[in-house]
Design a protein around this ligand. Structure first.
Ligand code: 3PG
Length: 206
């Protein structure tokens, strides 16, 4: 369980964070991302149709690893697993939530923003974390400082990452990939533009 989340995240340097408001034409979005060589996505549970979108994506786009984001309680975890998601992502984590992921054997990326968060989850065997909100919680210097006491821990920083700063984050030795909403704007007008953004992102070298 703990190793599988790291191998999923290692598939692409960038994981688009998607907040999707309607189901119509959602296939076009996933096709555009796949054409852009994206392998992992986080679909946030922030909209009414999010679960339905997770179901559609996991059923029809087997080359994509579908993550469910904004998972903040135990029942979310079981629900997104049942909907077909391959993994779950949280902005933070409680011990209860992390233990539930272990119990149901579901790859889980808990969120952390400081050493105490990391230590609680290390005790449960977690070694990969979402660093959130990455820029606001201290940015790259903060993440560098965490590599001192936690040399074996790796992160997916998210929150404030964009096309201008992603490469700098990816150059950190404790970063597996970065997450962000910049690849898919909230109002989609042009799927080619999404493919282009995805291509640029997936070519960022780690
Ligand atoms: C997340 O849920 O990970 C963030 O909302 C994404 O942050 P961003 O919009 O700053 O990329």
């Amino acid at each position: 369980m703990h190793d599988s989340i790291k191998s999923i995240l290692s598939m692409s340097p960038v994981m688009p964070v998607l907040t999707i408001n309607k189901v119509e034409k959602v296939e076009y979005l996933f096709e555009a991302l796949i054409k852009g060589n994206i392998k992992t996505v986080e679909i946030t549970l922030r909209t009414d149709c999010a679960l339905q979108v997770i179901e559609i994506a996991s059923k029809n786009f087997s080359t994509l690893q579908i993550g469910a984001g904004t998972v903040i309680n135990e029942s979310h975890l079981q629900t997104v697993k049942d909907a077909g998601a391959s993994f779950a992502v949280s902005p933070g984590a409680t011990t209860t939530l992390a233990k539930k992921a272990i119990e149901i054997d579901f790859p889980f990326l808990p969120g952390v923003s400081n050493s105490s968060d990391i230590m609680k989850l290390l005790d449960l065997g977690f070694k990969s974390f979402k660093f959130f909100p990455a820029q606001a919680a201290g940015g790259i210097n903060y993440l560098k400082a965490l590599s001192g006491p936690f040399p074996d821990i790796s992160f997916c920083p998210t929150g404030g990452i964009n096309e201008d700063n992603a490469i700098e984050w990816l150059n950190q030795k404790n970063v597996i990939c970065v997450g962000g909403s910049w690849i898919v704007p909230s109002k989609i007008k042009d799927y080619k533009e999404i493919t282009n953004r995805a291509l640029l992102a997936s070519q960022l070298i780690k």
